[in-house]
Structures are given as structure tokens and as C-alpha cells.
Design a protein around this ligand. Sequence first.
Ligand code: HEM
Ligand code: NAG
Ligand code: NAG
Ligand code: NAG
Ligand code: NAG
Length: 332
Amino acid sequence: MKSINTICLICCMLLSSCSLLEGNRLKHNFYRKTCPNVESIVLAGVKKAQQQEARLPASLLRLHFHDCFVQGCDASILLDDTSTFTGEKTSGPNNGSARGFEVIDQIKTELEKTCSGVVSCADILSIIARDAVVLSGGKAWKVRLGRRDSLTANKTASNLFIPPPTSNVTAVIAKFKAVGLSAKDMVTLSGAHTIGQARCITFSQRLYNQSGTGKPDPTIKKDFLQSLQQLCPQAAAAGSSNFLAPLDFRTPTHFDNRYYLNLQAGKGLLNSDEVLYTTTGFTNRYVRKYGDDQEEFLNRFRRSMIKMGNIKPLTGKKGEIRNNCRFTNSGL
Ligand code: HEM
Ligand SMILES: *[C@@H]1O[C@H](CO)[C@@H](O)[C@H](O)[C@H]1NC(C)=O
Ligand SMILES: *[C@@H]1O[C@H](CO)[C@@H](O)[C@H](O)[C@H]1NC(C)=O
Ligand SMILES: *[C@@H]1O[C@H](CO)[C@@H](O)[C@H](O)[C@H]1NC(C)=O
Ligand SMILES: *[C@@H]1O[C@H](CO)[C@@H](O)[C@H](O)[C@H]1NC(C)=O
């Protein structure tokens, strides 16, 4: 056993994919004895949230992504700022944007009633992400569990590792590679933008001044450009930079392959979305493949989600099981 682990460790050092090895320590039935109803309790909470607001599944799915890209899937994103501590909630990608934290609080409270001190906030995020996809019409997968919660967060890392929406293909592939995910995982996981909303501020450079040209991004289809310009006036007056547009304008709450068809029609919302199609090569081929074959997309999506959920989990005795997802147990 020890020698197998040693061999694996060497392999993983050679392949520089140690995060994946650590992900292998996660188990499907981790809470079988300690909290057998964990998945049904979480699912009930996500269902309730969806009934409250159709956008919430999207917001919750995004939290898992923003958690995993910053020091691994350890619920660091859930920590609140305190007088002595600054968390990730006010980083560039999260400030005024990351949402759904109350849903997590409610689910955690329910879980504490039945299995106190057992289920980590990091695992809750991972189960929620799966449920958000399934409740929106995507395919289910078995979530691996056993992650523990971090004692810290890292705002600098949140700013550094989460790709900005103005990114080109090279930049966004680099951000995924940095956490052990491939270019293919990137194109596939970008398909999460088949649900949810984005603020004008995240794409308005495309409408008025793409790459400092003083002109709109020529790859945006004309009628789509006009409707977005109407929604997002240039003079960012009256808080219009916070107005929202659907990431998939055709089926904004349904988890399907429309996102990829939109990109092919010049109707992707973010720069980082549209460039997947307009940049020739690998990503363009996958956009067309997924546009042609929804099954292929849905199947690949769950594989890549499992991979993302395996990024550097805290296991064994590392970290802790938080009592409240917003604070470490010591409160520091
Ligand atoms: C490929 C690089 C990515 C970039 C540049 C990016 C960027 C963004 C931006 C700018 C928004 C809108 C935020 C706002 O207006 O405040 C957004 C929303 C969203 N993102 Fe991404 N994202 C990426 C990948 C992902 C991945 C991998 C997932 C999940 C697997 C994801 C899931 C979502 C969801 C579901 C929303 C909608 C959230 C809501 O409605 O509250 N994104 N993304
Ligand atoms: C976060 O956004 C709010 C307004 O939405 C703003 O007042 C605040 O300065 C921002 N914080 C940071 C750290 O950018
Ligand atoms: C936060 O992340 C940055 C960027 O990866 C790193 O340089 C820094 O050491 C981290 N800080 C802590 C306290 O872990
Ligand atoms: C892509 O973006 C990066 C970072 O912003 C930049 O350095 C690079 O020149 C860009 N590449 C292309 C092909 O535009
Ligand atoms: C467009 O952006 C560039 C910098 O990216 C800036 O120098 C220029 O003034 C902007 N033009 C307009 C019309 O806003």
C-alpha cells in the first residue's frame, strides 16, 4: 500500500497533477454512516432556492468554481470579512457578483440539525453544484466527498486565479492549466454559461470600445449588439453597469447546449465566451462539436465538473469541519 502511494506520488510529481491524486482520496459514500441523508437535505435546499428565484442555481454553481480555483475546493470563498480578516468575497471577480450565500447558510443549518459537525461546507458546495445542474436540466453525476474546510481565504489568489471576462483564449487556457484543468475542460466548463446572468460592466467594453479601438467588437451580431447597447448605455449612468443580461439569451435557466449555438451565431455575451468560437483551432472545433451534439456536451460537462471538484481538497486531518460556513471555528 505504502509503495503504491509512493509510486503514485512520483507519477503525480512527474505529471505535475498532484491535485488529481488528492482528489482520489475523496469517496462517493463518505457520509454513509455519519450523515446518510446529506444528499437529500442538500437537494431539498437547492430546490427551494430555485423556486424562490430561477437564477439561484446558476449563482450556486458559480460559487463552486470560484471556490475550487482559489487554494482548492475548501470553502474559502464562503468566509466573511471580519475586523481582523479579509476574505475572498470582495475580490474583483466576487465583489457585487458572487451570490447565494444565504442558501448555503440554510442548508448548513438543516444539516447541523441532523448530523451536527459532520458535513463540510466545501462538500456542500460540491453537492449543490451538481444539484444546480440537474435541477436546470443537465445530467447527474456521483459527487465525491470528504473535503474539509479551510482555516483561511486568499483574496489575492482570488484576483489572480479566476479568469477575467475580457480574457482571450490563451489567457483563459492558462488560468485553467494553473489549477490542473485542460483546454478541453475549459471549453466544456464554459458551457456553465448556459445558465445565469452577467452585469453590463463585465461585457460593456465589447459594446463600445473593444481592445481600445473605440469601436464595438466586430464579432458581435448586429441585432444582438443593439439590444445589449440598449440595456447597457455607455455613460454607465444611474447604476446601469449593474444591469443584467442572460449569459444564454435563448434558454437562460435551462442547462443545454444553446450556449455553444449562440457563440456560433455571434451572440455570446462575454469576450471570454465568444473568443472560444472566433479563435481558430481547438476551442472553435469544440464549440461546433458541442453545438452539434448536446449529449456529448452534457456527458463531458459532468466529467470536467468532477475534475474541478478534485482540485486540492483538504482531507484527513487538514482544515476543519466548520460549524458556520461564514467563519472558521476559532472565529479568527
Ligand atoms: C472560462 C472562464 C470564465 C470566465 C471568464 C467567467 C466569467 C463570468 C462572469 C464575468 C460572469 C458574470 C458575473 C457578474 O456579472 O458579476 C459569470 C457568470 C457565471 N459563471 Fe462564469 N466564467 C468562467 C467560467 C465559468 C465556469 C467554469 C463556471 C462553472 C462551472 C461558470 C459559471 C458561471 C455561472 C453559472 C454564472 C452565472 C451566475 C449568476 O447568474 O449568478 N463560469 N462568469
Ligand atoms: C465592492 O463593491 C462595492 C459596491 O458594490 C463598493 O462600494 C466597494 O468599494 C467594493 N469593494 C472592493 C474591495 O472593491
Ligand atoms: C495568497 O495567494 C498568493 C497568490 O497565490 C500567494 O502568493 C500568497 O502567499 C497567498 N497568501 C497566503 C496567506 O497564503
Ligand atoms: C491574450 O491576452 C494576454 C493577456 O492579456 C496578452 O498578453 C496576449 O498578448 C493576448 N494574446 C493575443 C493573441 O491576443
Ligand atoms: C477606449 O479605450 C482606450 C484604452 O483601452 C482609451 O485610451 C480610449 O480613450 C477609449 N476610447 C473611448 C472612445 O472611450
